[in-house]
Design a protein around this ligand. Structure first.
Ligand code: PLP
Length: 381
């Protein structure tokens, strides 16, 4: 059975050129980048080259890129260190954040007594900038705003530049979880005054277990992992040299083909929407998923019938995707995002599905998905 992978918001397959790069580093660059001899210095050269490439992409300085093990670690470090070292007393966030942000914020509330303000999204998953401004203005407490650039379940995009400006005007720090958008958009942080951002290599055909945090130099953030001078003492521990080399290669490939890759995926997403509308009358798309201005790699579908087993049934037919997190990872409860965008009737009588694309996805794989869904539906009826 030829398997089909449509869960690229969860993780992406490695680009073959990334594998080659990593194997090469594993074989020939085993030195510890902190060692002063040539083996160490050769490894250090790899780290600094990738750091420079990332900095050039974001239009920041290399010293502002801190290598970490993943998006989760980057977000934890930024949130926890903002409170511990920068005196943040209040966090403004939303109920739609990824768990690694949501649970870190709750932990800070519990352990450190931080005030937490949740912006209330409408039933499309939109946040109001007026609401944000009102909250920013109504407290003297040192504030960090933490809002994701794109939601991983429904693909809504934040007006990141406007939010960053608002935070700047109101003396608040701004952190954006950019895990779903790094390497998929041209992000210019010389124009977007964000203080902190996060990245995970496995979301753009790089390896798992490596990412970075963008930490604006002027913020003065310190690390939470201690025990060594690596990463300007912001993140102790020997760096994952081959992972970082793989992340650099993956970023280089994505950015040098950005126009071509993004156009291919946008066309594929439009085709998928068209096929769903044609074959499943009554289908809807959650959040802003169907709209032009949403994350182009994600389509959150709402099928007009109830079938909680659909993910499993598709998997048995060799098609992997996520159930829009309504019951993903065996979770009994629908996610906060689904509870926000679906009404009670839709929760009971419909089925969310998240189709997420990469530039390796092909049209015939979408056709196979539609055929499989029809077969499953016919078998039930
Ligand atoms: N933030 C968002 C928006 C994500 O989608 C993910 C991964 O699913 C993460 C953070 C966590 O990244 P990682 O898997 O590298 O820990």
């Amino acid at each position: 059975m030829n398997k089909i992978y449509l869960d690229n918001a969860a993780t992406t397959p490695l680009d073959p050129a990334v594998i080659d790069e990593m194997v090469n580093v594993l074989q020939f660059n085993f030195g510890n980048p902190s060692s002063t001899h040539s083996f160490g210095q050769d490894a250090k050269v790899i780290l600094e080259k990738v750091r420079r490439e990332i900095a050039d992409y974001l239009r920041v300085t290399p010293a502002e890129i801190i290598f970490t093990s993943c998006g989760t670690e980057s977000n934890n470090m930024i949130l926890k260190s903002s409170v511990e070292h920068l005196g943040v007393e209040r966090i403004i966030t939303s109920p739609l954040e990824h768990k690694c942000v949501a649970e870190s914020v709750l932990d800070l509330k519990k352990r450190k007594g931080i005030e937490v303000v949740y912006l209330r999204p409408n039933n499309h998953g939109d946040l109001s900038l007026e609401d944000l401004e009102k909250h920013l203005k109504n407290s003297e407490k040192k504030t960090l705003v933490s809002l994701m650039h794109s939601n991983n379940e429904i693909g809504n995009l934040l007006e990141i530049e406007k939010v960053a400006q608002l935070c700047k005007e109101n003396n608040a720090l701004f952190h954006s979880d950019t895990v779903q958008t790094i390497a998929h958009y041209d992000l210019d942080f010389s124009k977007i005054p964000v203080d902190f951002a996060s990245c995970s290599a496995h979301k753009f055909h790089g390896p798992k277990g490596v990412g970075f945090a963008f930490v604006r130099k002027s913020s003065g953030l310190k690390g939470i992992i201690t025990g060594g001078p690596q990463e300007r003492s912001l993140r102790a521990g020997t760096e994952n040299v081959c992972g970082i080399a793989g992340m650099g290669k993956a970023l280089e490939i994505c950015m040098s083909n950005l126009t071509e890759f993004s156009q291919k995926i946008k066309d594929l997403k439009a085709y998928t929407i068209e096929q769903f509308k044609k074959e499943f009358p009554g289908v809807k798309f959650n959040g802003r998923s169907e709209e032009e201005n949403s994350l182009y790699t994600v389509l959150s579908v709402l099928l007009p019938y109830h079938n909680p087993l659909i993910g499993l049934q598709l998997d048995m037919k060799g098609i992997a995707l996520s159930q829009g997190s309504a019951c993903s990872s065996g979770a009994a409860k629908p996610s906060m995002v689904m509870m926000t965008v679906l009404n009670e009737d839709e929760m009971e009588n419909c089925t969310p599905l998240r189709v997420s694309f990469s530039h390796f996805t092909e049209k015939n794989e979408i056709d196979a998905l539609i055929t499989a869904l029809k077969e499953i539906q016919n078998a039930v009826n």
